[in-house]
Ligand binder design. Structure first.
Ligand code: ADP
Length: 424
């Protein structure tokens, strides 16, 4: 007997159907039959089939009530009556008021930062708020989404931070369309690795986002939604306050952590509105192995696209001499060896040349817009990524997996800690 079957599920107003596709090669298909429903803020279209594959964790929520045709394993879904969606909608309404005010006064719209520990639904709340903003028919909202989560970010590959202007709701199955994002290379998947570099990049990104807002009235009025990492204690907290300062945030939404809420209320200037929000019972905790797989999946998606939008990367050899490879951060010297006037932190943000060797195998390289190490490499955004799939010391060549055909641009390449095993 197959456990997979089609069934009609009725949802009442304010309920959601939570779906978690766990098994290998499992899929779940959703179709809206009657009523209205949305997936993390994106309306779904009646009669269209949405297919979710292994790893998907989503909720189909309805404000009015609806009927859904669900095809998949029975155990992969359940109906939830309690959701925090009303709180999230209220947040959206407040942000929308601030946008209207900004429009009238010709000022900047709300800059909102979402904080909280891991797995409380920060990314999901970002998506909901961005979707609601662009769904405001006739208002022409163009909010900027800033993702500062270097581990599980959704703008580029892991190890980066970035920004994106959102013009239309996210696809329920594939998220926001990421054309021409602004991306900075950090090179690690945890903030602990190099907080000095992280803070520097955050400040730079904030500056550039501000410039872009000034150049685009719609974006300026719509404001910014910032997603952050789940490290909220000690130095992690300091980093959050740095982000708040750099982006001059107006609103901080704290998910599910009273301690963090109280600390921010205490430490933020009074014009910053700090709000504590409940997390959704639907947010799924993701074990370490899942996070690693998700990171791998993001890199694979970068090179190979998705089932509905496949990409065809190129693989070719380049001579060692054709590539200028660098990394950010030199090992710090003991204080006694430090030249006068140089601080240990300075080493963490130093650009150092890397000689090709087998240790680079499977590593991602970010392609900087900088063409030489004399330029300000750290403060320069990156155009894209390649992956080193083979290193041949005898022939002094490397095999490169690249979204673009040969030749590689004449650019500075920055080594990332992130590795990808190309199994295609
Ligand atoms: P965080 O950004 O705080 O780490 P996420 O927003 O990424 O958390 O959420 C963790 C996981 O839970 C994601 O896979 C997300 O799709 C899923 N999720 C969030 N809200 C719900 C919900 N209401 N029902 C089912 N899954 C959810």
């Amino acid at each position: 007997m197959s456990v997979e079957e089609s069934q009609e599920i009725n949802l009442e107003a304010d309920q959601e159907l939570r779906i978690e596709v766990e098994n290998k090669n499992e899929t779940v298909t959703i179709e809206l039959k009657t009523g209205m429903a949305e997936i993390f803020g994106t309306e779904i279209v009646k009669g269209r089939k949405y297919v979710f594959s292994t790893g998907a964790k989503i909720a189909v929520f309805t404000w009015q009530g609806c009927t859904i045709i669900y095809t998949g394993r029975k155990n992969s879904c359940y109906t939830a009556k309690e959701t925090p969606m009303m709180f999230y909608l209220n947040c959206h309404a407040c942000l929308e008021q601030l946008r209207q005010k900004a429009e009238q006064d010709n000022t900047r719209g709300p800059v909102t930062m979402i904080v909280g520990p891991v797995d409380v639904g920060k990314s999901t709340l970002c998506r909901i708020l961005l979707n609601y903003a662009v769904r405001m028919g006739g208002q022409g909202r163009r909010p900027i989404f800033v993702d500062l989560d270097v581990g599980q970010g959704s703008i580029s590959v892991p190890g980066t931070i970035g920004a994106l202007m959102v013009e239309r709701p996210a696809s329920p199955t594939e998220g926001f369309s990421v054309q021409a994002p602004l991306v900075y290379q950090y090179g690690h998947v945890s903030m602990q690795k190099n907080p000095s570099l992280y803070n520097m990049l955050v400040s730079r990104l904030a500056e550039v986002v501000q410039d872009r807002m000034q150049a685009n009235k719609k974006a300026n009025v719509s404001g910014v939604i910032i997603n952050t990492c789940g490290w909220t204690k000690d130095s992690g907290y300091k980093i959050l306050t740095h982000i708040a300062q750099a982006f001059e945030v107006d609103v901080i939404l704290v998910l599910d952590q009273e301690r963090l809420f109280n600390e921010l209320v205490r430490d933020m200037p009074s014009f910053v509105k700090v709000v504590l929000l409940p997390k959704s019972g639907g947010v799924v905790e993701r074990p370490k192995s899942y996070r690693m797989e998700a990171r791998d999946g993001r890199v694979r998606q970068y090179f190979y696209g998705t089932t509905s939008l496949p990409l065809h990367p190129h693989s070719f050899d380049v001579k060692f001499s054709e590539l200028k490879i660098y990394k950010i951060g030199a090992p710090a010297l003991p204080d006694s060896c430090m030249p006068v006037g140089v601080k240990a932190e300075d080493y963490l943000t130093k650009v150092v040349s890397v000689q090709p060797s087998p240790s680079l195998l499977n590593h991602l390289l970010a392609i900087s817009f900088a063409t030489s190490a004399e330029e300000d490499v750290i403060q320069t955004n990156v155009a894209g990524f390649v992956c080193i799939t083979n290193v041949d010391m005898d022939r002094q060549t490397m095999t490169i997996l690249s979204p673009q055909p040969k030749p590689l641009p004449d650019a500075v390449f920055l080594v990332s800690e992130v590795q990808f095993m190309d199994s295609h």
